[in-house]
Design a protein around this ligand. Sequence first.
Ligand code: DGP
Length: 112
Amino acid sequence: MEDCIFCKIANHVIESNYVYEDDLVAAFRDMNPQAPTHVLVVPKKHYANIVDDVPAETLAAMAHAVDEVAKAEGVRDSGFRVIANTGDDAGQTVHHLHWHVLGGTSLGEGLV
Ligand code: DGP
């Protein structure tokens, strides 16, 4: 999608701080980190959110990317959280599907 910031970052039209990448997915650091590890896993193709008929292959690639990010960031054993804000009530601000991968500290027990 032409005016989508995550389309541009995931496809290197705009460069970012990448942690992992493959044919379907890019993972890069959130510009406003909420934890020592805060990486966004994003499909290269545009989907508005998790309920936008996302192909199973893309979801599998995103799950694989989460694992790669967790390994690269050293949080795979200590634990981490994956969040997909979806729609207005969740406060989704970028309308391109993305999963936040948060870790590197104890995240507490609030909001799951
Ligand atoms: P949300 O839509 O609320 O799930 O969060 C969007 C996140 O995307 C927010 O934590 C900030 C981040 N973000 C927005 N624009 C950019 C950008 O241009 N670069 C990077 N690295 N992160 C961005």
